[in-house]
Ligand binder design. Structure first.
Ligand SMILES: Cc1ncc(COP(=O)(O)O)c(C=O)c1O
Length: 382
């Protein structure tokens, strides 16, 4: 399989210039077929000999592929339905004391806000917000000032969902670790879009989705927990399958691996379908994927900057950005822009809590024609 096959295998790209992979990516035909095939097999009757065993084999194979895709060990990977589950495992796994604080950035998705917000009411913790600015030195200085002896965790995006800015994650991690504070990176907008190596980042936790840039089935996601941090999380989200052993009198020994945070009966077909998506990217070569997204995003920035009245909110140098380009258009609301572009068969996302910003996410199936349609659609509005 080659890079150019991705567009051919993703039929919706024939109809739309699809710039919405940061929300929901389209899925390739082989991924949909594989998922459906496994769903049929699974749902025929899991108690019949061989079915559940085979499903679990496929599930574990996906865990290994996910681990490989980010330089983790499969024992450090939790597989679930989305990014937010990983955030909740950590947020609900800390023995909070009133007055503890958490550092978030000011650009986080609700998934990396809501659970912390609720902890303010529930445990009396304090939230501190790192302002994401283009100047990394300023941001790091500010971060140093936010950290103190009551900081229990830092939970920030690896790639900012609003502007696509890539945060100086390793520098933030080093600075937090100097104070003994663990770091959770929200990788929803990074995983599959930019190279990912959790060892090189040295983060303690990394939460991610399969259904965005990986183009895995809707409702797939995961969570990396560095080996030594597994026992650090108080296991509040557990159940059947989390245990190595238990008895009827209250005795319990949890699994040593991160999968102790998985429990209950689950839809494994989607997880196996995720494995198929990873097979495709491995065959194509991650380096080819990242190189294409980089060069296409640079072209997208250039094409957008040529539109009169357009303001770009994404940093220009690619090493500080990702596959997201965010802009506003003078005198137009994001709803107007989105509606107009939809009429031109161009799919983009308006950003909530803001009346003017539009997010374009680029992927390897986007081509020059898509970009022309986007730019022409915007010029038609000015
Ligand atoms: C940065 C970020 N974090 C978290 C989420 C939530 O992801 P999920 O729906 O997979 O939990 C999103 C979704 O867009 C996101 O952009």
């Amino acid at each position: 399989m080659q890079l150019s096959d991705v567009r051919r295998l993703t039929p919706i790209t024939q109809e739309f210039a699809y710039f919405q992979s940061s929300g929901f990516s389209p899925k390739m035909e082989p991924v949909i077929e594989e998922t459906n095939r496994w769903a049929r097999f699974q749902n025929a009757g899991g108690a019949a000999p061989g079915i559940n065993e085979k499903m679990l084999e496929g599930f574990e194979a996906t865990r290994e592929k996910v681990a490989r895709s980010m330089n983790a060990d499969s024992d450090e990977i939790v597989l679930g339905e989305n990014t937010t589950i990983g955030i909740n495992i950590v947020a609900n796994g800390i023995d909070w004391r009133a007055g503890d604080n958490v550092i978030l950035s000011d650009k986080e998705h609700p998934g990396n806000r809501i659970t912390w917000y609720s902890h303010v009411r529930r445990y009396g913790i304090e939230l501190r917000f790192l302002e994401v600015v283009h100047d990394e030195e300023l941001m790091l200085d500010q971060f140093e000032r936010l950290l103190d002896e009551r900081t229990r965790i830092v939970s920030v995006s690896h790639v900012c969902r609003r502007t696509g800015q890539r945060l100086p994650a390793r520098a933030l991690v080093d600075s937090a670790h100097d104070r003994g504070v663990p770091v959770l990176l929200d990788g929803a907008q990074a995983y599959g879009a930019v190279p990912l190596d959790v060892r090189a980042l040295d983060c303690d936790f990394y939460a991610f989705s399969g259904h965005k840039y990986i183009m895995a089935p809707q409702g797939t996601g995961g969570f990396y927990v560095r080996q030594d941090r597994i026992p650090w999380i108080q296991p509040s989200w557990i159940g059947s399958h989390s245990q190595k052993d238990f008895d009827l009198e209250g005795g319990l020994t949890l699994l040593d691996e991160a999968k102790r945070f998985e429990f209950g009966t689950r839809n494994l077909a989607d997880q196996v379908g995720w494995g198929k998506a990873l097979d495709c990217w491995e065959e194509i070569g991650w380096e080819n994927v990242f190189a294409y997204i980089e060069s296409y995003t640079d072209r997208a920035k250039e094409a957008l900057l040529a539109v009169p009245g357009l303001n770009l909110h994404t940093p220009l140098p690619y090493e500080r950005s990702s596959g997201i380009v965010t802009f506003s258009l003078e005198g137009k609301t994001s709803a107007e822009i989105q509606e107009h572009l939809k009429g031109e068969k161009v799919l983009v996302a308006p950003l909530e809590l803001d009346g003017s910003m539009i997010r374009v996410s680029t992927h390897v199936f986007n081509n020059g024609e898509d970009l022309e349609r986007l730019a022409a659609g915007l010029r038609g509005l000015t």
